[in-house]
Design a protein around this ligand. Structure first.
Ligand SMILES: C[S@@+](CC[C@H](N)C(=O)[O-])C[C@H]1O[C@@H](n2cnc3c(N)ncnc32)[C@H](O)[C@@H]1O
Length: 324
């Protein structure tokens, strides 16, 4: 096919179409770039949403409240009047459980009546511990709807409903105003979060200037690599596990507006804790324990994590920071 173009020259159809595409590209370059950027952003959002779903699915168990309640009643001194302390074997879902919490939380210097944030609150053990021990009002945010419901139901069970609240959602966009908390903490959560810069900026946003933010998380070790063993308690696959080094953590927290006051490597504590746990478990599993949160493959999750820690592929750290 032959065509006339306005300049009066004769060109064939293919050449005309090439001219046309170049013309469209040049004219609508800005629109095209905008469309490309928008589709990339929406693709990123879709990926994040589906990743969040798969993280929540990883932690969801079904019938968790009933299972915990039955086990707690069997183990408690007074089955019909459960106390917060009775839940400790199951509701502190991080390396060292209550022992780790009892060392970690005092570093925040909490005062009665303060408003405190628990980022990634799980089934609410640490939030209730802080409410019961310090008389604070604690808000938890967690991605897993079942964990939030169990956290509320357990709070009711031990008479702490007035002091704690649990919100379903991502820690990257929390439902709180700027500078609304006196302190914040997070235990074993950021391993599931890729954009840690955004996480720490969001936490800085909701904290009052001068307030304390404490992190207890599993970070990458010097030997992190392809041979990292899965499943681990926070993930069954590399796609939902994001470990960074202590140096990267320092840089991200500083950039988000925090001064870092104290850093502790908790590797030795972790290995001793698991050694003792292993000995205890050889006499049989307790009724109430973190295995209820991890499902049937809990032994390989814990075993792999311990081996990863032993091989310096990862390890738990504490960072105590202050909002500038
Ligand atoms: C290992 S559990 C720790 C729970 C609790 N901090 C504790 O120590 O008992 C990790 C928790 O992080 C939550 N989580 C993961 N990604 C999250 C996100 N983007 N926003 C909020 N919570 C998240 C999970 O739903 C899960 O409850």
């Amino acid at each position: 096919m032959l065509l006339y173009v306005p300049a009066g020259c004769l060109i064939d159809g293919d050449t005309f179409l090439s001219f046309l595409s170049v013309e469209i590209l040049v004219r609508y370059r800005a629109c095209f770039a905008l469309w490309l950027a928008m589709s990339k952003t929406s693709e990123r959002k879709t990926n994040t949403v589906s990743r969040d779903h798969s993280i929540a699915a990883h932690y969801s168990k079904g019938q968790l409240f009933e299972t915990i309640l039955a086990a707690a009643r069997q183990a408690a001194a007074d089955p019909m009047r459960l106390r917060q302390a009775d839940l400790a074997p199951v509701d502190e879902f991080h390396i060292g459980g209550l022992v780790a919490t009892e060392r970690f939380i005092p570093q925040l210097g909490l005062q009665k009546e303060q408003r405190v944030l628990d980022v990634g609150s799980g089934i609410g053990g640490t939030a209730r511990y802080v409410a019961a021990k310090y008389g604070c009002r604690v808000a938890g945010v967690d991605l897993t709807p079942e964990f939030c419901q169990v956290a509320r139901d357990l709070a009711k069970e031990v008479g702490l409903s007035e002091q704690v609240e649990f919100h379903v959602g991502t820690a990257l966009a929390m439902p709180f105003g700027d500078a609304s908390f006196d302190a914040a903490f997070t235990l074993h959560v950021a391993m599931n979060i890729e954009d840690k810069g955004a996480l720490y900026r969001e936490i800085a946003r909701v904290l009052k200037p001068g307030s304390c933010f404490a992190v207890y998380d599993v970070l990458a070790g010097p030997e992190l690599g392809a041979e990292f063993l899965f499943p681990v308690p926070w993930s069954t696959q590399a796609e939902t596990s994001f470990l960074v080094s202590i140096e990267a953590m320092r840089a991200m927290l500083t950039a988000a507006g925090f001064d870092i006051e104290l850093v502790s490597d908790r590797r030795d504590f972790a290995l001793e804790f698991f050694e003792a746990l292993h000995e205890k478990a050889s006499q049989g599993l307790p009724q109430l324990g973190m295995h209820l949160l991890m499902g049937e493959d809990f032994a390989s999750k814990v075993g792999n994590m311990v081996e990863n820690i032993r091989q310096h592929r990862c390890g738990p750290w504490e960072l105590i920071c202050r909002r500038k």
